[in-house]
Design a binder for this molecule. Structure first.
Ligand code: NAP
Length: 523
């Protein structure tokens, strides 16, 4: 681990930060350092940088660490433990050991732990928001929005813990009885991505705790700090040791592989890319593990000629620019009726052009950096491909020179059907606009993807709305609104966007098994 004084500094730098070299004997030694503000360093320091196993914080057994970077400077924030295979095994051992006691803990007690954690997060929102912005890059206001969303899962499932019901019925022949009961599924493995460092955790952890499951969580190495902060809060809220175990690891596949193969595990829930999800499904098949997959998306945003145009543009800003476009639900392509496409694209370009890009910790920033240089370069490659095929850049279309990995909010008009930007997940602040002439054409274009997470639809015609909703091949639809995420609703996709649902009563079912008892009452 870095010494406390060394961890206060950030490598790289952006305007306003002061450069200062230091000669520490660590992996950070060769690079120029930049001061964090005292508040920034305080929130980074306040979170343990260790593994959380069996209710204790500990360093990795091999002593190795992972550097966490600030994407707005490209520099290092701190180091966290890099779990060895022994550490991962210890985390699963702890989850298994705690299983029976937690499963049989009173539902009200399980709910109360979640409720206390919810209250603690409310109290600490300012600090967690800063932490999130430092490790992930999104502007503070976006971090706060994520925290509200994430925390709602703790509150929702604190209320659901006491509503786990079975049923009782009389057999159709009148003789026997049918009794069903819901039981906690058992030890779970959770793997989460960097784009929503807290919410992708609470969507799984909330219902699992409420259901009486124990778990090992592995957050993305780019953004482990929010998950460590959550573990700290749940510990403070009274969660018994071993129920939640958090391991951070450099080599995710190597670390999680043996756990996925362990016959004691009962559930794997993954949020991330479709390619990694596909490989995890294969691994999970060995133990016939129950699996939830929240994977990539390529959301169509369809605007019919009868839509309220200003409402559609407002919805587009939310669907596209929430989380800087780094969301699985991000509108990936805008299919707009040919009669209004130009006006829509111009209005959208004006709004995008007015967005302030910069370090997310600064006031008035709307768009932070992308998570890393590779992601930014991939976004630019998609823009270049579209332009080479005839698309027009209405605003943006370029990277902003570093440090940090910034990309200008971009609107592309007249995007040809064969542009890669329409078929690949962009995961960045780029809005390609293309046109359609008929309803059938719009539906066919919207469904022309292997993904099926979410679609957005703007129309004032109620009959058309229902017709199109029924034909769209997605797990979720935003009708005249640019956001669907909601703790009380089932979030999830179809096709190669995955399976399983998070949120609402459906999210609880993922952590429960149904046991059926056939009862013979005699006579
Ligand atoms: P990713 O590369 O698939 O990584 C997701 C998580 O999987 C990270 O924790 C990663 O760890 C881990 N991982 C990578 N390879 C692994 C392996 N072989 N075995 C076990 N774990 C492995 O995705 P990402 O780049 O972080 O996130 C972006 C993707 O997530 C996008 O495609 C987005 O659409 C999707 N997403 C989907 C939803 C949804 O609800 N449907 C929500 C958010 C994001 P390390 O990074 O530490 O290696």
């Amino acid at each position: 681990m870095l010494a406390r004084e060394q961890r206060r500094r950030v490598q790289g730098g952006v305007a306003g930060l002061t450069g200062e070299a230091f000669g520490a004997a660590s992996m950070l030694e060769a690079m120029p350092q930049f001061e964090l503000t005292s508040r920034e360093s305080a929130v980074v320091e306040a979170v343990p940088h260790q593994l959380f196993i069996g209710g204790s914080w500990r360093d990795a057994s091999g002593g190795s660490t992972i550097v966490v970077q600030d994407p707005s400077t490209g520099g290092a924030l701190c180091e966290v433990a890099d779990a060895s295979l022994e550490d991962a095994a210890a985390a699963l051992d702890a989850a298994c050991a705690a299983g029976e006691a937690w499963r049989t803990t009173a539902p009200r007690e399980r709910g109360d732990v979640l409720r206390r954690a919810y209250e603690l997060i409310l109290e600490r929102t300012e600090d967690i928001a800063l932490l999130m912005t430092l490790e992930m890059g999104k502007p503070i206001k976006e971090s706060k929005a994520e925290i509200t969303y994430a925390n709602n899962f703790l509150r929702w499932y604190s209320e659901e813990a006491v509503r786990i019901n079975g049923r009782f019925s009389v057999n159709e022949n009148g003789a026997g009885r049918v009794l069903t009961m819901k039981q906690a599924i058992g030890p779970c493995l959770f793997i989460t991505p960097w784009n929503f460092p807290l919410a992708m955790g609470t969507r799984k952890i909330g219902p699992a705790i409420a259901a009486g499951c124990t778990m090992v969580v592995k957050p993305a190495k780019q953004t482990p700090l929010c998950m460590l902060a959550l573990a700290q809060i749940l510990e403070e809220a009274g969660l018994p040791g071993g129920v939640l175990n958090v391991i951070t690891a450099e080599k995710s596949g190597d670390t999680m592989g043996p756990l996925i193969a362990d016959p004691r595990v009962r559930k794997l829930s993954f949020t991330g890319s479709t390619s990694v999800g596909r490989s995890l499904i294969k691994q999970a098949s060995e133990q016939v593990l129950k699996v939830s997959m929240e994977l990539g998306g390529n959301a169509p945003f369809v605007v019919f000629e009868d839509a309220d145009l200003d409402q559609a543009v407002e919805g587009a800003m939310i669907a596209k620019m929430r989380n800087m476009g780094e969301a699985c639900t991000s509108a990936n392509r805008f299919h707009v009726h040919e009669s209004i496409a130009e006006e829509f694209a111009d209005k959208l370009a004006q709004r995008m052009d007015a967005m302030a890009v910069g370090r997310g910790t600064e006031d008035g920033i709307d768009v932070g950096p992308m998570i890393n240089a590779d992601e930014r370069d991939k976004v630019h490659e998609l823009v270049e491909d579209a332009v080479a095929k005839g698309a027009r850049v209405l605003t943006g279309g370029e990277s902003i020179e570093g440090p940090g990995h910034f990309y200008r909010p971009t609107v592309l008009g007249s995007v040809p059907k064969d542009a890669r930007v329409l078929s690949e997940e962009i995961f960045g602040p780029v809005a390609p606009v293309t046109t359609f002439a008929t309803e059938d054409e719009a539906v066919a274009a919207a469904n022309d993807t292997e993904y099926g997470l979410v679609a957005y639809l703007f129309t004032r015609d109620l009959e058309r709305a229902f017709r199109v909703v029924e034909r769209l091949e997605t797990g979720m639809i935003g009708l005249n609104q640019g956001m669907v995420s909601n703790a009380g609703a089932p979030f999830g996709g179809v096709k190669q966007s995955g399976f399983g649902r998070e949120g609402g009563p459906e999210g609880m079912e993922e952590y429960l098994e149904t046991k059926y008892v056939a009862m013979n009452l005699g006579g």
